[in-house]
Design a protein around this ligand. Structure first.
Ligand SMILES: Cc1cc2nc3c(=O)[nH]c(=O)nc-3n(C[C@H](O)[C@H](O)[C@H](O)COP(=O)(O)OP(=O)(O)OC[C@H]3O[C@@H](n4cnc5c(N)ncnc54)[C@H](O)[C@@H]3O)c2cc1C
Length: 431
């Protein structure tokens, strides 16, 4: 008899939710996390869209350590000497199930893991799973961790983007550098009221999400992000690894320092103290880099299965991880009840994902990574064009004003009218 019904590897968004779902229906579950506590090694920008969390914990707003509700969206095209920003807010984005919150993974992941433990899951921290155990037929039968062999009827790999176990589980090859980005982030402490004033919010509970393209990454593929927490600001960059390796003269940590000095950003963080610095990989290849989601005795949820989307104006991974964790937990429990945790017995998970927004979204955005990679103008020429157009509109120096068409056309011609049309069409097709 196996030691546990299920072993869940990784106590991030996917793992803790999967463990919770299994424990809730009475399965014996071991949740193994290599960090000294849940959230110790996890990173996000970060804002979580609430819809999938609500399906697992209908009253999460009352107990989860949320930072601020996002009431304001900003997106900026940054030129070195200019900034064109769209500032958006609406009642729609505040409606239940459409709302989103800034979170810090330390407290947030500890809360998620505590829900799994309260439901009956056994959690161990500070121990990494080194390898998978398999029987003679190749079916996964447990894990080896810290010299111990622990068996289970099902193993759920929720061990994130840099999983060292998926290759053995489902034969997944390491992703290519052009499908992976690196993210770095600082948490900058400031008084709550200062943050509220600086983002023009009505109360200390209201927050902003702000994404930047262009000079944030020195014109390289990627962008900057800023999320307001209760009494800190999360500020960082995401940049594609292959582009950084082959084209960038500036290392990403220096890009972050330059980003912090940009006139669009510096006033926001002025007087703040950096209290946390982190780095992490981001899977950007989407559906095209997704491994098989189930194997014999094993299934994958969250970023171990590359469930993440970076659209430039939106970064999502946590709501996919929560939803996939829930579906994985439910499917594993059903397979355990049926006494069949073979690949065929676990196939209900893939079916459930196919019917959910997770695989539908990843399929929908599967062309976007290629669009970003092949449209570098987004990161240099368009921010400069936006700056020039705005200069033309807003600067009056006493010289006669030429007709708008006459002054705008040379600017657009510099980028190329056909390029603008092609990129707009390409972007619409990829979204
Ligand atoms: C810079 C950046 C910005 C982002 N911004 C956002 C955002 O604003 N909104 C959003 O929704 N998403 C964002 N994401 C993506 C999001 O953070 C991830 O998609 C999400 O955290 C994935 O959750 P997960 O549970 O799959 O993996 P993770 O949260 O990475 O959890 C995996 C866990 O497994 C553990 N682990 C790994 N290997 C082992 C092992 N061998 N043994 C035991 N434990 C192990 C790890 O320690 C970790 O705790 C961002 C990501 C980055 C890097």
């Amino acid at each position: 008899m196996a030691d546990f019904d299920a072993i869940v590897v990784g106590a991030g968004c996917a793992g803790s939710v999967a463990a919770y779902e299994l424990a809730k229906v009475g399965k014996s579950v071991l949740l193994v996390e290599r960090g000294n506590y849940a959230g110790a090694k996890n990173m996000t920008g970060g804002r979580i869209y609430s819809h999938s969390l609500k399906k697992v914990f209908p009253h999460f707003e009352e107990e989860a350590p949320l930072e601020r509700r996002i009431v304001r969206e900003r997106i900026s095209l940054l030129a070195p000497d200019g900034n064109t920003t769209i500032d958006f807010s609406s009642d729609e984005m505040l409606k239940e199930g459409q709302d989103s919150y800034s979170v810090l993974r330390g407290p947030f992941d500890q809360w998620l893991a505590s829900k799994a433990e309260e439901a009956g899951a056994e959690a161990v921290y500070g121990i990494a799973v080194d390898s998978l155990l398999k029987d003679a037929s190749g079916k996964v039968t447990g894990v080896s961790a810290a010299g111990d062999e622990i068996t289970a009827n099902a193993v759920l790999l929720c061990d994130g983007v840099n999983s060292l176990l998926t290759a053995d589980a489902v034969g997944f090859e390491r992703p290519a550098p052009h499908t992976m980005a690196v993210g770095i982030k600082q948490v900058i402490k400031l008084p709550a009221s200062v943050i509220t004033d600086r983002i023009l919010a009505a109360s200390d509970k209201d927050g902003a999400a702000w994404l930047f393209a262009g000079d944030a990454t020195h014109g390289h593929i990627g962008g900057g992000f800023m999320y307001t927490n209760c009494d800190s600001i999360s500020l960082g960059l995401v940049a594609t690894i292959s582009d950084l390796m082959s084209n960038a003269e500036t290392p990403i940590y220096q890009m972050l320092e330059d980003f912090k000095r940009h006139p669009a950003v510096a006033p926001l963080i002025k007087g703040g103290e950096v209290v946390e610095h982190s780095g992490h990989m981001v899977p950007e290849g989407g559906l095209n880099m997704m491994p098989e989601l189930v194997g014999e005795g094993v299934l994958l949820a969250g970023e171990s299965a590359m469930m993440c989307v970076n659209l430039g104006y939106q970064v999502r991974g946590m709501d996919y991880a929560v939803a996939a964790g829930q579906l994985a937990g439910i499917a594993a429990a059903q397979a355990l009840d049926a006494g069949d945790t073979s690949k065929a017995g676990l196939a209900g998970y893939v079916q459930a994902l196919e019917e959910s927004f997770v695989l539908k979204d990843l399929r929908q955005f599967s062309r976007f990574p290629h669009f970003m990679e092949s449209t570098k103008r987004i990161f240099n020429e368009y921010p400069a064009l936006a700056r020039d157009v705005m200069n033309r509109m807003f600067i009056c120096d006493g010289s006669p004003v030429p007709p708008m068409r006459k002054s705008m056309m040379p600017m657009i011609k510099e980028v190329g009218i056909m390029n603008v049309i092609k990129d707009a069409r390409g972007g619409l097709k990829a979204l």
